[in-house]
Write a protein that binds this ligand. Structure first.
Ligand code: FDA
Length: 409
């Protein structure tokens, strides 16, 4: 015998909780199964403990997916303003940091509390520390021992065999997230489940992740660990202007995290070290104004001093400004504006904020998030091949896809 529900949701993260409260508000009997000891762990650790819960500038262009159109429908039907309205109803103070990124004033705990309060009010049951041993899909009478829910479904039920009992429902929502930060409960469960039901899973890799350097590339920067500077990072037709931070193992900072989602080993990655300036104009002006000053001295006024010195030790010939002829000045400008960063890899899922790739959206309805292969099966959030930029876009996808499925189940 199994406890029967209208909807079973695997994963009590951002997408799962949003789906649960939306379905619960419609009067459906909802169970959330979470294998960690508490729900919303990534929400708690996000945004430095203040949760960058959305971005007011969200558009489909802020997402990576093999099908860039897939995210449009859900994002259009649940906007950042819908989430802000819920945040305000719960009296949670927030502020915009930069670039449309909204954060809690006090703590990300308030976002988890809000979602839990909404779930509670909607009668959602949540089982934590609950591990799923097996998922089956079959005839309702056999599945649920002929209970009312089984007959009401008029057909097939999903059955979860878990360490906390057996549960059955005509709808199963997979909201188990991606692979990043395994210590927080991340697992490949959603991908395995998708394959079990005949879905195609696109290759996954770490995104929004620090890049590592090796060999001479690492040696040249390693002792500058902690140095930060604004750059524009460019790769595969994308560019992001923000800070770069030199780390012990390579480079990080928002510009690098953003571009990491567009970079793969071997790809050409360039940094404009003087973002917002014309490097040649700047050098010509400096040559004119300070002909006797050395390049490393004038660059140290535009860049962190140690970084400028290292540039002039390794990449740029250092001499007084007046000694550069016009072609040499153009070469300097070229290096400063398109400095090649030879990364060897990424720090991987251990520190990545997101997982790129995942369940192929071609086999999922973009309006309901229901499988096109198996009626009653839904996929939401990061487990799908939809990945946002840094800056609140990933939570907005979790809220929007969770809401769409919560309305459709
Ligand atoms: P999420 O990972 O939130 O939830 C999945 C849930 O499923 C987890 O609770 C997990 O334990 C559970 N689960 C997994 N396998 C299971 C199984 N077999 N059985 C039962 N349960 C299972 N985004 C953003 O927009 N703004 C931000 O500020 C940040 N900050 C940030 C910081 C850090 C350190 C990380 C790692 C990530 C972020 N993100 C972010 C990204 C954001 O956290 C992420 O995209 C969303 O949480 C994805 O929501 P999901 O609900 O899809 O997965």
């Amino acid at each position: 015998m199994a406890d029967t529900f209208d909807v079973l949701i695997v994963g009590g993260g951002a997408a799962g909780l949003m789906c649960a409260l939306t379905a619960g508000q419609r009067g459906l009997r909802v169970l959330v199964v979470e294998h960690a000891n508490r729900v919303g762990k990534k929400i708690l650790m996000s945004g430095g403990g203040r949760c960058n819960f959305t971005n007011t500038g969200t558009t489909p262009a802020n997402y990576l997916s093999a099908n860039p159109h897939f995210c449009k429908s859900a994002l259009a039907r649940y906007t950042p303003w819908d989430f802000i309205a819920m945040v305000e109803r719960h009296g949670i103070a927030w502020h915009e940091k930069e670039l449309g990124q909204l954060f809690c004033d006090v703590s990300s705990k308030l976002i988890v509390k809000m979602l839990l309060d909404e779930c509670h009010a909607a009668g959602v049951r949540i089982e934590t520390s609950c591990s799923i041993e097996r998922v089956a899909h079959g005839d309702s009478a056999a599945a649920a021992g002929g209970t009312a829910a089984g007959h009401a479904s008029g057909g097939m039920l999903f059955r979860l065999h878990t360490t906390r009992g057996n549960f059955a429902a005509p709808a199963l929502v997979v909201a188990s997230g991606g692979l990043s930060i395994p210590s927080m409960g991340a697992s490949g469960f959603g991908y395995e489940l998708a394959r079990q039901f005949g879905h195609h899973v696109l290759p996954t890799r770490a995104g929004l992740v620090p890049l590592t350097l090796s060999g001479k590339h690492q040696e040249r920067l390693a002792d500058l660990s902690g140095v930060a500077l604004p750059v524009t990072a460019q790769c595969n037709g994308q560019s992001f202007s923000n800070f770069l931070l030199v780390t012990h193992r390579g480079v990080s900072g928002p510009s690098i995290l953003q571009i990491s989602s567009y970079w793969q080993p071997g790809d050409d990655l360039r940094l404009d070290l003087l973002p917002g300036r014309d490097a040649l104009d700047t050098l010509q002006q400096l040559q004119h104004e300070r002909p006797a000053a050395e390049l490393k001295t004038v660059l140290a006024e535009l860049l962190p001093k140690r970084f400028a010195q290292r540039l002039c030790e390794v990449w740029l010939p250092n001499k007084p400004m007046k000694q550069y002829n016009a072609p040499q000045l153009r070469e300097l400008a070229q290096v400063l504006q398109s400095w090649p960063l030879v990364a060897s890899g990424t720090e991987g899922y251990r520190t990545a904020e997101v997982t790129l790739g995942g369940i192929d959206t071609d086999e999922v309805s973009s309006s309901t998030l229901q499988s096109r292969r198996v009626p009653g099966l839904y996929f939401i959030g990061e487990v799908l091949d939809v990945t946002g930029w840094l800056g609140g876009y990933n939570f907005q996808w979790a809220w929007a896809s969770g809401h769409a499925a919560g309305k459709a189940v």
